[in-house]
Design a protein around this ligand. Sequence first.
Ligand code: PSU
Ligand code: MN
Length: 301
Amino acid sequence: MNEIIVLHEEVAEALAGAQAVVALESTIIAHGMPYPRNIETARRVEGIIRAKGAVPATVAVMDGKIRVGLDETQLEQIACGSDVAKLSLRDLGWALAGSVLGATTVATTMHAAHLAGIEVFATGGLGGVHRGDTGDVSADLTALSSIPVAVVCAGVKAILDIPRTLEAFETRGVPVIGYETAVFPEFYTTGTVHPVTASASDSMAAAAILRAHWRSGMTTGAVVAVPIPAEHEADAEAISEAISAGLYAAERQRVTGKEVSPFLLAFVAQHTGGDSLDANIELVVNNAKVAASIATALKTV
Ligand code: PSU
Ligand code: MN
């Protein structure tokens, strides 16, 4: 292991032994949710992974190192810090060289997880192809096309162009495994129209598909798409209206680049009276639970 990546002791021990490990991203903590709900959620997510017998490994960049597995103080730094950088793949070099405090996106967390030897990663929603014709396409797609890690999520962020993102997965050889569903989950809602590549009825079935995918020689990642539990679904119409208003506001205020997603997520939360945030938190917790089961099942296939 090169010295730029530092594994938390608990994570290193789990990887050396037979215990399952689930990677977690930190952008969702630093830029996806407001304080203090973000730190509460981060702790809850780590707790649920432990309760399922696996070890959580939250990824962040600090002191010139990629850290895989954070202690409580480090988690607080990410959650409370006012200038935590949002680090996509291209940002690793300058952030490491400059000892910048940074949160890792899905793409960068996949990269770190793979370097550490972790196969399963849980988050809320993936980045993808944005709506409109700005050409904004998340590096999460780049990572999924080249890094063999499974990302357990509730689909892609609802603010995106879902059909175009699904097409992009197909083009890049990225399977979308519907977890206990035959339709692609739509983040705040369970989804109804978009197809998945294959369905898995439980964690063993998902693990079997993932193992066969990688054993076949494929080196792409995989999306394991888990619908938000029905009791936590947000109101589809309210969400859709808030997203439309948010997209309009973003354009008017000339929000661009990596600011787009945090702006829209905060806007939608505000304009749904916090409902979208509640749903977001519950789906992340649920994904973490499923990810821990799949990571455990992967040890047996
Ligand atoms: N989904 C959420 N909240 C988030 C993100 C996704 O519900 O904060 C973050 C993830 O870290 C994802 C990133 O990788 O947004 C994608 O950002 P961009 O579209 O700028 O690539
Ligand atoms: Mn982008």
